[in-house]
Design a protein around this ligand. Structure first.
Ligand SMILES: Nc1ncnc2c1ncn2[C@@H]1O[C@H](COP(=O)(O)OP(=O)(O)OP(=O)(O)O)[C@@H](O)[C@H]1O
Ligand SMILES: [Mg+2]
Length: 229
């Protein structure tokens, strides 16, 4: 079975590209090929003019933040334990890690005094997503991969996190590849959008391209049905 076939995409520095498509269309696969959690059978992924297959895998993953689908927080670790995990693995001093954790929690609007010592189960869904975003930002990576970071949230929380995402975006200028199956979200957050279907790249472009220049009936239908909801 082929999970993804013929994806051709160049992401500019500082750009946010949203990958959208139905379940099983290859979005997570595309994301995981960037940090080599999945190796493509053919083709090449290039980051900063260098093929990722030549890169040192530890250095590569350190330079790319990754927000895992469904958050991926460790349930037995506190919020600060989760956020500081990568720093501890790197062998940072305790105080240095604690300082970074506090900065990151402030950045995602979770006051450390209130949240640092809580367990993930003591957080709302939106707060858990914030923690996984904070964790992905630990080493201040230039590039961030986000797999449905705002999935499964109520509309109010989602809107709030969208706002925060856009604020962080204008503050930090990260190059971001974000997976979603919500077209309204892709339109709101993405500088460009890539529509995948059954492992194929169907259309790539801006909101205007999708609304005014759909490249096929499929795209027109997809856009129409999603925006109707
Ligand atoms: N480890 C795996 N082994 C075999 N097939 C897999 C594996 N992971 C994913 N697939 C298949 O590859 C295809 C693409 O999967 P992928 O996880 O990229 O989809 P997705 O677009 O992220 O879907 P969702 O929206 O449900 O997360 C699917 O058909 C899936 O069943
Ligand atoms: Mg997925």
């Amino acid at each position: 079975m082929v999970a993804l076939n013929g994806l051709d995409l160049k992401i500019e520095k500082g750009e946010t590209v949203c990958l959208i498509g139905t379940s099983g269309s290859g979005k997570t696969t595309a994301l995981k090929m960037v940090n080599r959690l999945i190796e493509p059978t053919t083709g090449e992924v290039v980051v900063d003019s260098r093929s990722v297959s030549d890169a040192d895998i530890v250095a590569l993953r350190r330079s790319i933040g990754y927000v895992i689908q469904r958050g991926g927080l460790f349930p037995h670790m506190t919020v600060s334990g989760n956020v500081g995990l990568l720093c501890r693995l790197e062998g940072w001093e305790k105080e240095e890690t604690a300082k970074r954790v506090n900065e990151l929690l402030e950045l995602v609007d979770l006051p450390p005094k209130e949240f640092a010592d809580r367990m993930p189960s003591e957080l709302s869904g939106g707060q858990q997503q914030r923690v996984s975003i904070a964790r992905a930002l630990a080493f201040d990576p230039e590039i961030i991969l986000m797999d449905e970071p705002f999935g499964a949230l109520d509309p109010i929380t989602k809107t709030e996190l969208h706002k925060e995402f856009l604020e962080l975006k204008s503050e930090l200028h990260k190059t971001t590849l974000l997976v979603t199956h919500d077209l309204a979200e892709a339109f709101k957050l993405g500088d460009r959008i890539v529509l995948l279907h059954k492992g194929k790249q169907i259309q790539t472009g801006t909101v205007e391209d999708f609304l005014e220049r759909p490249e096929s009936d499929f795209v027109q239908h997809f856009v129409g049905s999603q925006l109707d909801q």
